[in-house]
Design a protein around this ligand. Sequence first.
Ligand code: ADP
Ligand code: MG
Length: 669
Amino acid sequence: MRLNHSVANLPGVGPAYQKRLQKLNINTISDLINHFPSRYLDYSHTTPINKLEPDQEVCLKATLVSLTSVRLPNRKTLQKATVTDSTGSLQLTWFNQPYLTNSLIPKQQYYFTGQVDQFRNQLILNSPDFEPIKKKQLHTNRIIPLYPLTAGISHKWLRHKISLVLSSLTIKEIFPSSLKSRLPIDLNSAYHQVHFPDTQKQLESAQKRLSLNDLIGIYLKSALTQLDWQQRSATPITTTPSLHNQLLKKLDFDLTPDQQQAINDVFTDLKQTIPMNRLLQGDVGSGKTIVAVSAALQVVKQGFQTLVLAPTQVLAEQHYQSFSQLLKPFSIKPLLVTGQSKKKLPTAPLVIGTHALLHRPELIQNQKLGLVVIDEQHRFGVLQRSSFFNSVSTPHLLTMSATPIPRTIALSLYGHLTISNINTLPKNRKPIKTKVVSEIKRPQAYQWIKQQITTRKTQAFFICPLIEDSSSESLKTVKAATSEYQRLQQVFPDLKIALLHGKMKPEQKNTILKEFKSKKYDILVSTPVIEVGIDIPNANIMVIEGAQRFGLSQLHQLRGRVGRGEHQSFCLLFSSEISTTSLHRLKLMEKYQRGLTLAKLDLQLRGAGEIFGTAQSGHLDTQFPQFWNADLNKQAKQIAQQLVLLPKPQPQQLLVSLNPNLAKTTSPN
Ligand code: ADP
Ligand code: MG
């Protein structure tokens, strides 16, 4: 048997079981042993019969006295057993398991496990599991694993198969023996102990070791990427302070200290011969654009080209407007490139666009490319990003993200990047008043919205529920938005309402947004994945339908579309299905304003996938609590830094065995 063999090679796994296992993403033997328990029951200590208490989960060591099977009127059968130990005797019952009369033998000793119940004032065990004390136990008398299951697959069945696999192969250690002393337990033992722990302590060591494997994979990838990056050369770009000061004078605000620091960081990087690889993090509305504009001005004035990439057409256009306006005094006119752009275009020193830009190599002046700015980087496919970086000289790279990332994740995801943070929002921002609105308050809320719009001449966004978990919009989502649009026309007959969704043509979207910005409409109904980066200062109300479906970070991003202008802004969260847990979660939006705080809460409540979308965080999906442990992360990072120095191709090979998916990605960032 080998790890990459199909589970069909296992005795007792025919096509039916194979299908069921597939539902658990188990195709190979390796998948099977990597299907880790989600929790455990500690049956490692036996309880004497006279110490039993109702509701306890217990393991007994007792002798079978008698077992009978009786027919019940409803064609069912009932099996009743009496067992004893030195402290007393106890009734056990099962339903419809007549074969037990063959498998349980009087006078023999067994371990029985189950939850203590009460029946007519007597303690009993209902449907206990049992194993003879003479054989090795899998389901009793030990810490037993409980697995994520699917219909037709039981814990007992899985335990049996996993045990079979583990006893018939030895999992090879993947790290060099020089590392042995730094690992809590060897890999083979880790697999045994994570499934069938001998002690709680061994279980912890096993989980630690398996987390460490995952973490080392991530850090090794980071280290390899960083190494590759450091071996590249970039054209150093001199920055001119007087030029920068001229730009500052044109602004109608002062930079926040964090913005100044970020600009300093970027300018320092630009002067180096190693290309910049910096991530600029800052909440929505924290003012990241000006940092990119400052850098672009310097680069272009030194005679190099700058590319600015935005994830959507509307965002690209918005950047085009901001950059055009801010750089006009310097006679820099950007070129906008989207999927709609003409076939033949003269290139320019500053090109702003969507990923359509990546398919227009003639617009990229490879020799002169000095800086690439990527906005909202997590929306770009990893491979798409790499195409710039094949030439001899690597451009400096600045990525900007409004997705706040807790430190541990930042380290593991972006360990190879240098990071600048904009933590404080510009001074004049008022916190957005957020309210979770219950269904019965809906009419009142609508009344209030109408009043706000008519008396204060402000505008509102209505975001429709997330119907499918996908970044591209489905027809279903569009339909939902359309019917919400029609419904709201009935609710607000006197207000002007527009609809925006992803199936519209880009020109159509742009027209609607422009008209909304120029106050032609009072309300904009939109699907959730539509460009949320738009800057419409007069809109001060954000209504989110089906709010329970969004992660806190997503809600925070959506909420950030308001609160940009002079008016007090509001965010109303509607939710049709309100369980206590989702209500509790949504209430956090009322309490917290900072994206980072909400991201951390998201992580605790729903895991990393919530923040990044599953595609980017697949390798951060962990079941082990140790994964986020700071010390373990530190240790993993140190080990990875040691491993990356091994002679080629060892580091890459190690990465392949640690995490084949991670090894496949080739992007420099
Ligand atoms: P984001 O970080 O979300 O990209 P933007 O760069 O779009 O944010 O900035 C949001 C708004 O805040 C813009 O209208 C911008 O002009 C304004 N802004 C940026 N920095 C400041 C500042 N220091 N003081 C006041 N307003 C600012
Ligand atoms: Mg932005």
